[in-house]
Write a protein that binds this ligand. Structure first.
Ligand code: AMP
Length: 420
């Protein structure tokens, strides 16, 4: 099963050519499992996160099924497939995937999201599309204005359902479900499956086949992770230090708040380090610009909040820095999963101040891994380190002052150098 090829799946020529032109050789586990189910016309409940190849897992069969009947449809194109996803960035990425996998078909798609004027979006809709990718707010808005009807939907995908609920979209989703035709094929994806998520899935799906891939630990295991205990006030200085020492890595820095992300950009700017922030308070254009600068390598450092970073897909991401630890342990895995995609291995560095210690404990409980701690960096938090040492005698008892392991990131410094 692991080493199957795309041509062992029941895919037709235009799709096989498209995956080939993307350079894919082997379907990912979710693709291997989901594609036959979907081509068989069944509903699907998928537990999978970004980075598993789930977009292709739903886009490829939908394109194939629409393509097979495409010639029979006369007149203006009707929206037959709808993908609803929480963020603009993710919606654009999904649109790009549909374009790439549908390259050898004549199907048309478009994407709509809020925060920008609607003119270009309604113009594209008026020309007729087969596939629509949308964020919930703008979708309902354009339905209410009469630009969109969901009457002809045959395929409905709800993507990143957990994030959708976290962002407060539940009522919008419930309104949408009521507008969908009863007879349709539905797909539901979420990285996590809480009882609330499952209840929502039940409202949408018929008798779904279930697919679950990449237990969260798998992603984490591939990433070279390091922890730096640091006083809160010293976090910016430590970040500057790390960035100066890893100038060639494209680095994604996570901040818990939008305000925090902007502050980090300002601090870096004072040190002549160019960085851009991406978060919900930025205009859509500013977010897109920051993201494409980062993807193109024009900006090496992107500071992001979790919500804005959902869907960021950068091939050569060298380093993920958790400037703040996330409140939800699963988010840590999402974050570091940005690096070390596919077969590549990645690096992540997490900063932890005393107040964040319980959060780190929860993360360790989730990932079930021993994470190396850099205790010798310039801004090591002495009090915190002492406290840790008493707790972690196992890993530290053999490390004398003069026998410290060489840190992987950041230069090793003697204690007398430290300015706390
Ligand atoms: P996703 O989980 O849909 O966000 O996909 C994550 C990344 O994997 C994207 O950059 C895709 O282009 C890439 N990808 C998807 N399927 C494959 C595959 N079968 N082989 C290699 N890369 C893939």
């Amino acid at each position: 099963m692991q080493y199957m090829k795309f041509n062992q799946l029941p895919l037709t020529e235009p799709l096989l050519k498209a995956v080939d032109s993307q350079g894919y050789t082997t379907p990912t586990p979710i693709q291997q499992q989901a594609i036959p189910i979907l081509l068989n016309g069944e509903d699907l409940l998928g537990t999978a996160q970004t980075g598993t190849g789930k977009t292709a897992a739903f886009a490829i069969p939908i394109i194939q099924m629409l393509h097979e009947v495409a010639d029979k449809n006369q007149g203006k194109r009707k929206i037959k497939a709808l993908v609803v996803t929480p963020t603009r960035e993710l919606s654009i990425q999904i649109k790009d995937s549909f374009s790439a996998y549908g390259k050898f078909t004549h199907l048309k798609n478009t994407v709509i999201f809020g925060g920008v004027k609607q003119g270009n979006q309604t113009a594209a809709l008026n020309q007729g599309v087969d596939i629509l990718i949308a964020t919930p707010g703008r979708l309902l808005d354009l339905i209410n204005q009469g630009f969109i009807t969901l009457k002809h939907i045959e395929y409905f995908v709800l993507d990143e359902a957990d994030q959708m609920l976290d962002m407060g979209f539940i009522h919008d989703i419930k309104k949408l479900i009521k507008l969908l035709p009863h007879k349709r094929q539905s797909l539901f994806f979420s990285a996590t499956m809480s009882p609330t998520i499952l209840a929502l899935a039940n409202e949408i799906l018929g008798n779904p086949k279930k697919v679950s891939v990449a237990p969260k630990q798998t992603t984490a295991e591939k990433v070279d992770q390091l922890l730096y205990y640091v006083n809160k006030a010293n976090k910016p200085k430590l970040l500057v230090e790390l960035l100066k020492e890893n100038p060639d890595d494209s680095t994604l820095v996570f901040s818990r708040t939008k305000h925090g992300a902007d502050k980090i950009v300002k601090i870096l700017d004072k040190q002549h380090i160019v960085a851009e922030a991406i978060h919900g308070n930025k205009s859509q254009n500013a977010r897109q610009r920051a993201l494409s600068n980062f993807k193109d390598g024009k900006t090496k450092i992107l500071i992001a909040t979790d919500i804005a970073a959902r869907g960021i897909d950068v091939d050569d991401l060298g380093l993920v820095v958790n400037f703040d630890l996330p409140n939800v342990p699963e988010t840590y895995v999402h974050r570091i999963g940005r690096t070390g995609r596919a077969s590549a291995s990645g690096k992540s560095i997490s900063f932890c101040d005393v107040e964040e210690k319980p959060l780190w404990k929860d993360i360790l409980k989730l990932i079930q891994q021993d994470i190396e701690v850099n205790r010798t960096h310039l801004f090591a938090d002495d009090e915190h380190t002492k406290y840790q040492k008493s707790e972690e005698t196992k890993s530290t008892s053999s490390q004398g002052r003069n026998n410290r392991p060489k840190p992987k990131f950041g230069k090793s410094r003697s204690y007398s150098n430290r300015r706390n």
